[in-house]
Ligand binder design. Structure first.
Ligand code: NAD
Ligand code: UDP
Length: 366
């Protein structure tokens, strides 16, 4: 089976390509980048890697889709810093360019697995001012299921939501293509995946990565960890290996159970406030990776607007309902938060620091 993977050189894409190749698939990988993230699978005999910007419309996208059996699309601007800095480009890439891929799948009758986001759920009912819920802390208010939950996004002047809006519109258009023109799609909504290859550290490149990389950078460079808006927000973190296990089941699509379905992929048991997440990362760092005599960094606070710029807003809390993945695919996430942080931090302190930053950190016990 020939799988065409767009966004193959990114965090999720790199893990997915490796898994597909190890499982015997033939993979055509497309990404504008080709860097250290692809090391674990480049050179595989069943891989064709194409370094290509899909916004170049002279590139024969249609021919590649026609010649594949399955298309997986992971391309997106996927970091909140970008939603604030370049909202128009976020819309153009995450909606318009991805729509071109989907329409090519419609033309050639190909199955499409589209990566969307848990951010389409937006905020919880409990976050709406004056709503007066009896028990706003009840996790049921923050537990989102694919086909039942309302999607609650913030105002237009908070342009963070352009990302979720673009992804949501793409989902709705795929659904409409399914209804009217028979597109066979599966949509994946990831809930905060973590693992090796997640984002560059902010020092390395001009950009604003996701929170794990900010905290890791602070720890490795002895700088304060910054909690945005006090770190009250909650997330459910999911280890990349668990996420790829579920994605592989979706690729295999036993008995067509994933046809025209949306799946949450996330670990409902790993909910944590960002403030607790920072403390846990600092503890692990001091226990396992700090140099002798190294002191714990400070944890400080900043407003969202100071940290990201005007137009920042946030999801307050989101817990995946994974009943569908459990019942249709028999999938269960296994990795707890502490274990996934230890594994990911070890990767950054050792491999990433050596291969990308050019320095090697020595664990305290050494
Ligand atoms: P990522 O940024 O690591 O990967 C995206 C890849 O797309 C990058 O390698 C990038 O180079 C590539 N790309 C961007 N523009 C391109 C272009 N014009 N042409 C060709 N390639 C281009 O992000 P990720 O974390 O791997 O996320 C993959 C998908 O999953 C995205 O659609 C994202 O929105 C979604 N998602 C991820 C998470 C998560 O926890 N990682 C959460 C929610 C949604
Ligand atoms: N955040 C933080 N400190 C940082 C970076 C991010 O407190 O240095 C917060 C951010 O405001 C958000 C959460 O951490 O509430 C997760 O942010 P991330 O960028 O990882 O992605 P999100 O889950 O919001 O898509």
């Amino acid at each position: 089976m020939r799988v065409l993977v767009f966004g193959a050189g990114g965090f999720i894409g790199s893990h997915l390509c490796r898994r597909l190749l190890e499982s015997g698939y033939e993979v055509t990988a497309v990404d504008v980048r080709r860097d250290y993230k692809v090391r674990s699978f480049e050179g595989h005999p069943a891989l064709t890697y194409i370094t290509q910007d899909i916004r170049d419309h002279a590139w024969p996208l249609d021919a590649y889709v026609r010649d594949s059996d399955l298309v997986i699309d992971l391309i997106a601007h996927a970091n909140p810093g970008l939603y604030i800095r370049i909202p128009l480009e976020v819309f153009q890439l995450n909606f318009i360019e991805n729509l071109r891929i989907a329409e090519s799948c419609v033309r050639h009758g190909k199955r499409l697995i589209q990566f969307s986001t848990c951010e389409v759920y937006g905020r919880t009912v409990a976050s709406i001012e004056g709503i007066g819920l009896q028990d706003p802390e009840d996790p049921r208010h923050a537990t989102f299921s694919e086909d039942r939950s309302e999607l609650i996004l913030g105002p237009v002047c908070k342009h963070r939501w352009i990302y979720a809006s673009a992804k949501q519109l793409l989902e709705r258009v795929l659904h409409a293509y399914g209804l009217e023109q028979g597109l066979n799609y599966t949509i994946i909504r990831p809930f905060n995946f973590i693992g090796p290859n997640i984002d560059f550290l902010p020092d390395e490149r001009d950009g604003i990565p996701r929170v794990f990389s900010f905290f890791m950078d602070a720890l490795m460079h002895g700088r304060p960890m910054v909690l945005v808006n006090g770190g009250r927000q909650r997330r459910c973190y999911t280890y990349i290996d668990d996420a790829i296990d579920c994605t592989q089941r979706i690729v295999e699509n036993p008995g067509g159970v994933c046809d025209r379905q949306i799946f949450n992929i996330g670990h409902p048991g790993n909910e944590v406030r960002i403030s607790e997440f920072a403390v846990m990362m600092r503890e692990i760092y001091m226990e396992k990776f700090a140099r002798r005599g190294e002191r714990a960094v400070e944890i400080v606070e900043q407003s969202g607007e100071e940290f990201y710029g005007a137009g920042y807003d946030d999801s307050d809390r989101r817990i995946p309902d994974i009943t569908k993945a459990r019942t249709l695919l028999g999938w269960e996430p296994k990795w707890g938060l502490r274990a996934m942080l230890e594994a990911t931090m070890e990767y950054y302190v050792n491999e990433y620091a050596r291969d990308v930053l050019g320095s090697h950190r020595i664990p305290a016990e050494a």
